[in-house]
Design a protein around this ligand. Structure first.
Ligand code: LMR
Length: 330
């Protein structure tokens, strides 16, 4: 009995830590959704919760989504492999994390290619953008379900950054993206690729001096607490590929599959419609919590553009010049 109680409390604690809210019934197919973000106001958290709620209500008895946010099931380095192994069925990794599979997603990382999120959304809805959604399907086993926008990115550091030369000699955490690495080098700084779950600790202990991310990640992961300030550079997009595996999709009968795909599509559209408001709210949350935000004069902003945009010429031949043009002109 004692043993049972201990096991039960361990299970309850695990559930609390992972945020796996559903209690799946026997006979239901469990669908694990793993991601790396946290908090309650993050666009990916809100969208994944919404997806789970809808599937668990509307497909009750058939499918049951369990959520594992905050890298509690798999972190950045393991999640794609886990999807192929069938250890998880849903992911939403940043498009910057597919470099070992495709060069084409580098288009989303090019600095200053998108003026704002509306521009990025227009590109994802263009014929070129739609075609890219299934780019990962070429790699046996992955299926792109939709793009989930997250926000534009901003630099933070342990000193105030106004112009790129302020970053000279600093170390910045980046995602595993060659474009991001070159962009940081162009500032005279050093890029250090690391998993998202390690960033707070690395900033706190000085392993890196700065990072680049959205308002939602900077707020929900409390990066602003261990940085001097965040500079409103607006230099790059962060967006996700909401994805599953062909093994999972193929295992569903056609009506279950159609219902699942419909919910995925609805949630994707709804998430992208509300993402700007979520980002604005998390920017305000940073200020409310005592974080500092530096805005740029047009001349300062131009310096960032002039420093980072030349990086395009190192990648456009691999990404495809037509694709870069289509994204820039969307
Ligand atoms: C990052 O690694 O900075 C982001 O991709 C995390 C996320 O999923 O928003």
């Amino acid at each position: 009995m004692k043993k049972f109680n201990l096991a039960l409390s361990a299970a309850v604690l695990t559930l609390a830590a992972t945020g796996a809210q559903a209690s799946c019934e026997s006979g239901e197919r469990v669908v694990k959704f793993s991601h790396v973000t946290g908090g309650t106001t993050h666009p990916k958290v809100v969208a994944s919760n919404k997806f789970a709620d809808r599937v668990n209500k509307e497909m009750n008895g058939k499918l049951c989504v369990e959520l594992y946010p905050n890298s509690t099931l798999f972190g950045d380095s393991k999640e794609l492999e886990a999807l192929l192994l069938g250890d998880v069925q849903l992911l939403a990794p940043s498009l910057s994390k597919f470099g070992s599979y495709t060069d084409k997603y580098g288009v989303f990382d090019l600095p200053f290619i998108f003026k704002d999120m509306d521009h990025a959304i227009r590109f994802t809805q263009s014929s070129e953008g739609k075609e890219l959604l299934t780019e990962m399907d070429e790699y046996a086993g992955f299926v792109g379900l939709g793009y989930w926008m997250s926000g534009m990115k901003y630099f933070s550091a342990n000193k105030k950054l106004e112009v790129p030369s302020d970053a000279k000699g600093l170390k910045f955490r980046v995602q595993t993206s060659d474009v991001a690495k070159q962009m940081i080098s162009a500032m005279g700084a050093s890029p250090q690729a690391m998993s998202f779950s390690e960033v707070y600790g690395a900033l706190q202990t000085g392993v890196v001096d700065g990072q680049e991310n959205t308002w939602s990640n900077i707020y929900t992961k409390k990066f602003f607490e261990v940085q001097n300030s965040v500079t409103e550079t607006n230099h790059q997009l962060l967006a996700y590929l909401f994805m599953t595996s062909s093994e999972f999709l193929d295992s569903l009968d056609s009506s279950t599959r159609a219902q699942f795909m419909q919910i995925a599509n609805d949630v994707t559209q709804e998430a992208n419609q509300s993402v700007k408001a979520k980002e604005a709210a998390n920017r305000a949350n940073i200020l409310k919590a005592g974080g500092k935000i530096n805005t740029l004069t047009p001349a300062q902003r131009q310096e960032w553009v002039d420093t980072m945009k030349p990086v395009w010429s190192q990648f456009d031949q691999y990404i495809g010049k037509d694709l870069v043009k289509a994204a820039a002109e969307s």
